[in-house]
Design a protein around this ligand. Structure first.
Ligand code: BG6
Ligand code: MG
Length: 217
């Protein structure tokens, strides 16, 4: 089978370009502790890539039924306020090792660069990281109906950049995100632990190990 050429790379943000995945964890952990709900890094793994209310429902589990929609919104707002305090000090120095080089290598190769994040804080984080100008397209929670693992967000990024999905590489640290990229018909590069991201086509520990040549067919 002849593989299509690579025309675009679509990056997730939290946990791929910067370590905000850890800040999401800290903010959820404080909320879970205040509610007396057990929550640890392993439980957090299943929240990665999941939108705010979806994450809250997963943390509440069986107890979700005990809260009204308004109460749940207040809990989610509380988490978000804490999260926003944690990300307030982000600067370009918070780009993960290799992230800027990876973006520059994609740009230098003449490929499109997309961002697909279900975070409503994504644009603020990208702005603080100083990398806004590198993206041809940014899709965040504001314009999509379904979050990851639905492929919508990755398909939207590809469509905006006028690239067919099979010509895209998606880069993700979350199980839900890996599934979304797969479902979109794109090649998946997982960032993290191969035992966790088993469904990815390839897994590297971080973008410091990214070499575009590995994906140019
Ligand atoms: C994703 C994170 O990028 O954004 C999730 O992986 C987070 O952990 C989600 O819940 C939504 O973020 P926000 O900033 O809209 O609460
Ligand atoms: Mg992520």
């Amino acid at each position: 089978m002849i593989k299509p050429v690579l025309r675009a790379v679509i990056f997730d943000l939290d946990g791929v370009l910067t370590d905000t995945a850890h800040y999401h964890y800290l903010a959820w952990k404080r909320l879970a502790d205040s509610l007396g709900i057990a929550f640890d890094e392993a439980a957090n793994e299943h929240l990665k890539g999941i939108d705010r209310m979806g994450s809250l429902n997963l943390i509440l589990g069986e107890r979700a039924k005990q809260y009204s929609d308004a109460e749940k919104l207040a809990l989610a707002d509380d988490k978000n306020r804490h999260y926003q305090q944690l990300i307030a000090g982000i600067t370009p120095a918070d780009l993960l090792p290799g992230a800027l080089d990876a973006l520059h290598s994609v740009q230098a190769a003449g490929l499109k660069i997309g961002l697909a994040s279900v975070s409503k804080n994504a644009k603020a984080v990208v702005e603080r990281l100083g990398i806004m100008a590198l993206f041809d397209d940014i899709v965040d929670a504001a314009t999509i109906a379904k979050g990851k693992p639905d492929p919508e967000i990755f398909l939207a990024a590809a469509a905006h950049m006028q690239v067919v999905p099979t010509e895209c590489l998606g880069v993700e640290d979350a199980i839900a995100g890996v599934r979304a990229i797969k479902a979109a018909g794109m090649t998946v590069l997982g960032i993290g632990d191969p035992a966790v991201l088993r469904e990815a086509d390839r897994v590297i520990a971080g973008l410091h190990q990214f070499d575009l040549v590995d994906y140019l067919y």
